[in-house]
Design a protein around this ligand. Sequence first.
Ligand SMILES: [Zn+2]
Ligand SMILES: [Zn+2]
Ligand SMILES: [Zn+2]
Length: 257
Amino acid sequence: MTRLFEHPPPEILHSSHPAHNLTLVNSDNAPPFRCNGCMEPGCGPRYTYDQGGAGESFDLHTCCALAEEEPTIKHPLFRNLKFTFLVEPTPPVQGRLCDACGDPARGFVYHCSKEDLDLHPCCASLPERILQDGRLFKLQRKASRPCGLCGNNGGRFWAYRSYFDGKAVDLHVACMKEMARLSWNAALENRVGGAQIVRPSEASIESMLESLPANTQSSHGFDQFRRIATSVAGGIISVISGNPAALITAVVGGVLQ
Ligand SMILES: [Zn+2]
Ligand SMILES: [Zn+2]
Ligand SMILES: [Zn+2]
C-alpha cells in the first residue's frame, strides 16, 4: 500500500512540475480538483501550485505527490507481488484500467509487471480491512455477491465484503467512486458559478443501499447496518479522493508497511 505520511512536508518540488514548489493544502474545504499526476478527481488534501486569478492551478493528490518517495509497494491483496511507481502506464496506454476501481489509468500508476496490474496511487492506499462499529468489511479482488450500492451481482474490480443476517454484501469500489464522481462534477460546476462545494453525499449512499433485498431490509438491525455501511463508504470515498488518513482509525492490523 502507499505509505501514510504522518507529517507530509509543507512544500515539495516535484519532477512533473519543476518550475515551482508545490504547497501542501491540508483543508477539507478546499475546492475539488483534478490531479495532474493520476488525472483522477480529488477532494481534500493536495499539493498545489496556484497561479491565482484565472490561471490554471497544478494539483497532485498527496499520495501521488509522494509516490516517488515510495517507488515500490506491496498491497495486502497481492502478498507476493510488487508494484512499481510509473509516471505513465506501460504501453498500450489506451484501454488500461485501474484494477481496483475500473477507471482508466492515464497517468501516475503503480504497475505490477508480473501480472500486468495497474493501481491508481489513491486506490493503492485502500486498506484490506475496515472495522467499523463491530462490523468487518474485507477487501476482495473481485466482487461475487450482490452489491449494496448498485444491486448488481459480481464485478471485475475490488469490493469490500461484509455480512448482514448471514448474507454477504459487497460494496463495489467502482460504485463508491461513481458516487463521488457525481459530487465532484456537481462541485466543479458550482465552482464555475462561485457557489458552495458539494461534498460526497452520504445521503446518496443510504438511498442506494435500499437496493438490498427487501427481506434483508426488514431484518432486525438493518438500519444500524446501513448506518455503518454508509460511514464505511464515506471513508472509502475519502481515501479514493486523496485522503488516505480518512480510514486510519477504522483499519484493522498494520497498515503502515
Ligand atoms: Zn493523483
Ligand atoms: Zn483506481
Ligand atoms: Zn455496485
